[in-house]
Design a protein around this ligand. Structure first.
Ligand SMILES: Cc1cc2nc3c(=O)[nH]c(=O)nc-3n(C[C@H](O)[C@H](O)[C@H](O)COP(=O)(O)O)c2cc1C
Length: 312
C-alpha cells in the first residue's frame, strides 16, 4: 500500500478499540485508575489504566467490578521493560494497549502474540516510522501542546498529525489539545480516526485528583502552561504555578514522585509540577465523563456537518 492511500476512519478505529465511540482516555500515572477508566468505558469510549504504578496494576483487577465493557491499558516502556507485564495484561482480559516513552520494539511482538492490539504514542515523524517498523497496529500521535512528558523539539498536533497521516498507513489516534467536538472534528479532518484526551479527563467529576488541581485546569487561560525542560528530567508541559516558575528559573526541581502524589491528591499545587496541556485554556467546567464523551462525539458530528454545509 502506498503511504496515504488508506485512511482508517472513526468506524475502523472504534472497531480496533472494541467500543462504539473512538474516544480514548489518556494514561496518567496515579490518576488513570479503575474509577476513571470504568467511567470512560461505560460512556462508550475506551478507558485506559496506567501500569506504571503498583496501584495502577492492581486496578486491572479492580476495574472488572466496575464495568464489563472493554478497558485498555498503557505500558510506559521506560519504566516497565519486564515482558511479564504482557501475561498480566492478557490475564486481565486487556485487548488494547498503548505503549509510550520507550522503544516500541521492546514489547510489541509479545503483546500482539497475546492477541492484544498495540498503538504506540509518538511525538515526531521519526518515532512514528520506528513504531511502524516495530509492527504496531496503530499510533497515538501526540502534539507538544498536550500535558505530561513531551519531546522538547516536538511539533503541535496541527503540524504533526497531517504529517504522520501523509507518511504512515496505520490507524491514527490524535492526542494533544483535544477537549470537545470542535477539536475532535479537527483531528479527524487532519487524518486521525479517533482521539485521546488527558487534560479534559483530568478535570472530570470521576477523576481522582484533588479539587484544587481540577480548579487549576478550569482556571487556566491559554497562557496557563509552560513546557519545562530541566536537566536530568524529561521535558514536561505543566501548569504555570509558582513552583513551575521557580523550577524554570533555578533550572531544577526539588520534587520527586511522592511530591507529585501530594499535589495530585492533597491539592498542594506548589508541592510539585502539575502536568497539564495547553487545552486547559479551553476547559471552563468540571464535567462528568459521560457528558464529556457524549458532547465530544455528538459535537464532532455536528461540527463536521456544519462545516460541510458552509461549503455549499
Ligand atoms: C496529569 C497528567 C499526567 C500524565 N501522565 C502521563 C503518564 O504517566 N504517561 C503517559 O504516557 N502520558 C501521560 N500524560 C500525557 C497524556 O497521556 C496525554 O497524552 C496528554 O495529556 C494528551 O494531551 P491533552 O492533555 O492535551 O489531552 C499525562 C498527562 C496529564 C495531563
Amino acid at each position: 500500500m502506498t503511504a496515504g492511500t488508506h485512511r482508517a476512519g472513526p468506524r475502523e478505529v472504534a472497531r480496533l478499540l472494541g467500543v462504539p465511540i473512538p474516544i480514548v482516555q489518556a494514561p496518567m500515572t496515579y490518576i488513570a485508575g479503575a474509577r476513571l477508566a470504568a467511567a470512560v468505558s461505560e460512556a462508550g469510549g475506551l478507558g485506559i489504566i496506567e501500569t506504571a504504578s503498583p496501584q495502577g496494576r492492581a486496578d486491572l483487577a479492580v476495574v472488572r467490578d466496575l464495568t464489563d465493557k472493554p478497558v485498555g491499558a498503557n505500558v510506559a516502556l521506560a519504566m516497565r521493560k519486564d515482558p511479564g507485564i504482557v501475561d498480566v495484561l492478557a490475564a486481565h482480559g486487556i485487548g488494547f494497549v498503548t505503549t509510550s516513552s520507550g522503544d516500541p520494539g521492546l514489547l510489541t511482538p509479545r503483546l500482539r502474540d497475546a492477541g492484544i492490539t498495540v498503538f504506540h504514542v509518538v511525538g515526531t515523524l521519526q518515532n512514528a516510522r520506528k513504531a511502524v517498523d516495530a509492527g504496531v497496529d496503530g499510533l497515538v500521535v501526540e502534539g507538544v501542546e498536550g500535558g505530561g512528558f513531551k519531546n522538547p523539539l516536538g511539533s503541535s498536533t496541527m503540524v504533526l498529525l497531517p504529517l504522520v497521516a501523509t507518511h504512515v498507513d496505520l490507524p491514527l489516534i490524535a492526542a494533544g489539545g483535544i477537549c470537545d467536538g470542535r477539536s475532535m472534528a479537527a483531528a479527524l479532518t487532519l487524518g486521525a480516526g479517533g482521539v485521546q484526551m488527558g487534560t479534559r479527563m483530568l478535570a472530570s467529576v470521576e477523576s481522582p485528583v484533588h479539587r484544587n488541581f481540577k480548579a487549576a485546569v478550569v482556571g487556566a487561560d491559554d497562557t496557563g502552561t509552560i513546557l519545562l525542560s530541566l536537566p536530568g528530567s524529561p521535558t514536561m508541559r505543566v501548569v504555570r504555578t509558582a513552583a513551575a516558575i521557580e523550577a524554570a528559573t533555578a533550572g531544577r526541581t526539588g520534587s520527586g514522585l511522592e511530591a507529585a502524589r501530594t499535589l495530585y491528591f492533597e491539592g498542594d499545587m506548589d508541592a510539585a509540577l502539575a502536568n497539564t496541556g495547553q487545552v486547559a485554556g479551553r476547559i471552563d467546567a468540571v464535567e462528568s465523563v459521560a457528558a464529556i464523551v457524549a458532547d465530544t462525539w455528538n459535537g464532532c458530528r455536528a461540527v463536521l456537518d456544519e462545516t460541510r454545509s458552509l461549503l455549499d
